[in-house]
Design a binder for this molecule. Structure first.
Ligand SMILES: Cc1cc2nc3c(=O)[nH]c(=O)nc-3n(C[C@H](O)[C@H](O)[C@H](O)COP(=O)(O)OP(=O)(O)OC[C@H]3O[C@@H](n4cnc5c(N)ncnc54)[C@H](O)[C@@H]3O)c2cc1C
Length: 805
């Protein structure tokens, strides 16, 4: 075994083998995989190994397409062919119209990635799968590429190709310690000796936290026991004359695929069980948990009703093994938070289907700093420290119990709540607030109009339409108050703060004390990485504000670019302060009532910042607006938040102050054309494509400038536009395809009803030839082809008179 390697991948399941292979494909061949036992001796060997193309967003669909393409190619390799049942087809069932709406949306989203799903009715489901009963079935989503693969052969094939390219694979070589060196490289210890690696990758499956502990990290990954069984031969399968499509059933929480002339049937039972919470037996290798079919009787009965043939056939094998989950069901693939030169590819609950794609995106991140898709949905930094063992287990259980039930828009499931709260959470709850969750924080969605009000989650406009309209009306006509919990906030101090920010941001950063500016950071490929508000407090401190979940992401990026001799200190205040937003034409009156000082437009114009008192609570007040009305962001330390809130409420009594929530904000920000990080702002687009030309100053140096110049030469590929849709039925949802004469020409990033403009608005990236104001296009909204027109972005108060009032 060599004693150095550029990258050491730890773990030889599908995750590690795929990462290793793809590193060699990206041109890094000085790479090594260390496996404690034999390849695939963790979860991978006993996987049901179904490979679907279905995903909840375009990144997931894209990476699964990569898996499918790669696996097909491997299966056809004449030197080392492997068993892959490619394109048997599969059906995801539905028993409600709301689920069917979802499938129509996901089909449209996939179309934008050149993946064709089909939404079919119950009769067609039964025609394609002769064992299905159609009672209580509405229809399903057909994935023509669905199939299954031999997991051990797949890993061997990847390892073989990696070895051929120069990589080393060492079996029976457990990693026992990890030590980071002063230059950020690593000493990887094994019983066979140490390896000095520039970069390490944790791909240790259910042992992820054993290896995490070696570097002082807890990864939010928990394991669940998961069972399937194999049946004896089923005559109808033999007689069908074609392979049975795969089935995934959210009604009875089971799946099935053909295995020889019988079925493999797996279950996601409600009475489910975590595994390995108190440590894992070191001898659990190539091993299974004890069978426990008793536990799955609830879902087994449903499966038998859906597939009566199951009741007639014997079971010859039961498999029960550990499967890993994170707190939102998506894996953790990318840079390990707070560490340098350390990556992970962990928490894979569908690792056989996804593993090819995850390894591909991870290798791109390691080699190029970023991958071809925006990988925020799998970024390990998307949770910021609140995901302890207990929470992770609760969310894993919830996710397991709902494996095939996708989240509806605005649906926030109950497990592990409340996670992060402010002193106002119970106060707002008592006022009738309905909460959503943003990076663990409870955030007010809207105020329930009555005690018995309930929202029916779905993809169409629902009961909340009039509720949100009322909240928007209050903000537009008088004044509203809302709380923005969990907003990311860094305090930056030191003599070099402004020169540092000037280098990091592609535009000019305001240096003037008392002023606020908005700026954008690019990555080394010239794509938009982050958006932040920079507020210069009069005493020289600088407050950097960005999206609620961006704390670890932005901190990593900023710290990685700090030079040794730069005098800049960055401290996170994210958990210490909360924002109260006062918005509406009467906002100044309310503020003037509770706070001494001159709050006139002359003394404190738009984009100003100052310290003040709200009653007796100290606050930093900024004249900025996300609603398009005159507004103030009031940042208050959490221990005085309630006092500030009471003072504002009491001052607001004379002005008919109403509470409003984040749904009203969403509607209003679309009317102003303001962007959301990771909806409109993505690493797949440069600032010109994102419509941020006025925030780019090419006459100065900044991170990403060289790449941006290179990109400019080839012209913009897409343009961010605003669309007005001709339907009152449903909003466009992020991911929906925009079409012209039936051809996909773009993708929606977000959509909602604009209550002040009376427009059904969406933002979308479209090809430049369709981006001109007035262009007539169609948007696919839950299966409807809705006519839409490109309109000027920010149709509400385009002159910004109201925010400057
Ligand atoms: C019953 C069941 C059915 C499933 N069905 C499907 C399916 O149909 N489709 C699908 O896509 N997914 C399925 N999955 C999930 C899928 O199998 C997993 O997501 C996948 O196998 C995880 O692979 P991995 O490489 O992350 O982990 P593992 O396969 O567990 O690999 C981790 C490796 O790391 C090694 N390791 C650990 N510690 C060390 C150390 N200190 N030093 C060196 N090496 C170490 C282990 O020995 C192991 O080989 C199923 C899972 C189960 C349990």
């Amino acid at each position: 075994m060599r004693s150095t390697a550029r990258v050491v991948v730890i773990g030889g399941g599908i995750a590690g083998c795929s990462a290793l292979y793809h590193l060699t494909q990206e041109g890094w061949t000085d790479v090594m995989l260390l496996e404690r036992n034999e390849l695939t001796s963790g979860t991978t060997w006993h996987s049901a190994a179904q490979v679907t193309n279905f995903g909840m967003n375009q990144t997931m669909v894209g990476l699964k397409s990569h898996s499918i393409k790669l696996y097909k190619e491997l299966s056809e390799d004449p030197e080392y062919p492997i068993n892959y049942h490619h394109a048997d087809g599969g059906i995801r069932l539905a028993n409600t119209q709301a689920q069917m709406d979802g499938y129509r949306h996901f089909a449209s989203m996939a179309r934008g990635m050149d993946v064709e799903f089909e939404v079919i009715d119950a009769k067609e489901c039964a025609r394609r799968h002769p064992l299905l009963a159609t009672d209580n079935l509405v229809g399903g989503l057909w994935d023509p590429m669905d199939g299954d693969i031999d997991p051990a052969q797949l890993c061997q094939a990847l390892a073989r190709r990696a070895r051929k390219a120069g990589a080393e694979v060492h079996r029976n070589t457990p990693v026992t310690a990890l030590k980071q060196q002063a230059d950020d490289s690593w000493i990887v210890s094994t019983p066979k000796g140490d390896v000095h690696a520039e970069i390490i990758v944790n791909a240790c499956g259910y042992r992820v936290n054993e290896v995490g502990a070696m570097m002082g990290v807890h990864h939010p990954v928990a394991s669940m026991e998961h069972q399937y069984f194999l049946t004896e031969e089923i005559p109808a399968i033999k007689e069908a004359g074609h392979r049975m499509p795969l089935i995934r059933c959210p009604i009875s929480d089971y799946y099935s695929r053909q295995e020889k002339n019988g079925l493999l049937v797996g279950f996601y039972e409600q009475d489910c069980k975590t595994w390995g919470m108190d440590g894992i037996d070191p001898n659990f290798v190539n091993a299974l948990c004890p069978d426990d079919l008793e536990r799955v009787t609830d879902v087994l009965e449903g499966a038998m009703e859906r597939m009566p043939a199951l009741a007639e056939v014997g079971i010859h094998t039961v498999v029960n093994g550990p499967i890993t989950y994170t707190i939102d069901g998506a894996p953790l693939v990318g840079s390990i938070p707070g560490k340098r030169n350390a990556f992970c590819i962990i928490g894979l609950r569908a690792g056989l289907g996804e593993g090819g794609g995850h390894g591909w995106l991870l290798a791109q991140q390691i080699v190029h700093g970023e991958s071809c898709y925006d990988t925020w949905c799998i970024d390990p930094r998307r949770f910021t420290g609140h995901c302890n063992v207990e929470l992770t287990a609760l969310k894993a259980i919830e996710d397991y119990q709902n494996e095939f039930r996708f989240h509806f828009p605005h649906e926030h499931r109950p497990a592990g709540r409340p996670m992060k709260t402010t002193p106002l959470t119970p106060i707002l709850a008592a006022e009738g607030a309905e909460f959503g969750v943003v990076n663990g924080w409870e955030r007010m969605d809207y105020i329930n109009p009555s005690r018995d009000f309930t929202e029916t989650h779905g993809f169409r406009f629902n009961e909340t339409f009039d509720v949100i309209a009322e909240e928007v009306r209050a903000v537009q006509n008088s004044v509203g108050l809302t709380e923005v919990s969990g907003f990311n906030r860094f305090e930056m101090t030191g003599t070099d703060v402004h020169s540092f920010l000037d280098r990091m941001f592609c535009g000019r950063v305001t240096k003037k004390a008392g002023r606020v500016g908005l700026g954008y950071m690019l990555n080394h490929h010239g794509m938009v990485k982050s958006e932040a508000t920079i507020a210069n407090l009069p005493d020289g401190r600088v407050w950097y504000g960005s999206a609620a979940a961006s704390e670890w992401h932005d901190m990593d990026w900023l710290e990685a670019h700090l030079e040794d001799d730069e005098n800049v200190q960055i401290r996170s205040l994210t958990n210490e302060h909360t924002i109260l937003v006062l918005a509406g034409p009467k906002a100044r009156d309310v503020l003037s009532t509770v706070s001494r000082g001159d709050w006139s437009a002359q003394a404190f114009p738009w984009l100003s910042v100052r310290e003040a008192f709200i009653g007796i609570a100290p606050a930093v007040v900024m004249a900025v607006s996300f609603s398009g009305e005159l507004a103030y962001e009031i940042h208050v330390p959490n221990n005085q938040l309630y006092g500030a809130y009471l003072a504002l409420r009491s001052a607001g009594e004379d002005y008919d102050l109403r509470l409003f929530g984040s749904r009203a904000v969403e509607s209003m920000r679309l009317e102003k054309g303001y962007l959301h990080w990771k909806a409109e702002i993505q690493t797949e687009f440069d600032p010109f494509e994102t419509g941020l030309r006025r925030f780019v100053k090419m006459d100065k140096d900044f991170v990403g400038k060289a790449a941006l110049i290179e990109r400019q030469a080839s012209g913009v590929q897409k343009h961010l536009v605003t669309l007005s849709l001709e339907t009152r039925e449903a909003p466009a949802h992020g991911g929906a395809s925009v079409t012209n004469a039936g051809q996909v020409v773009g993708t929606v990033t977000s959509g909602d009803w604009g209550h002040r403009t009376g427009l059904n608005l969406a933002m979308a990236y479209v090809s430049p030839e369709h981006a001109l104001v007035g262009a007539a296009l169609d948007v696919e909204v839950i299966g409807m082809n809705v006519p839409a027109t490109v309109i000027a972005t920010g149709p509400y108060d385009p002159e910004n008179q109201r925010v400057k009032a």
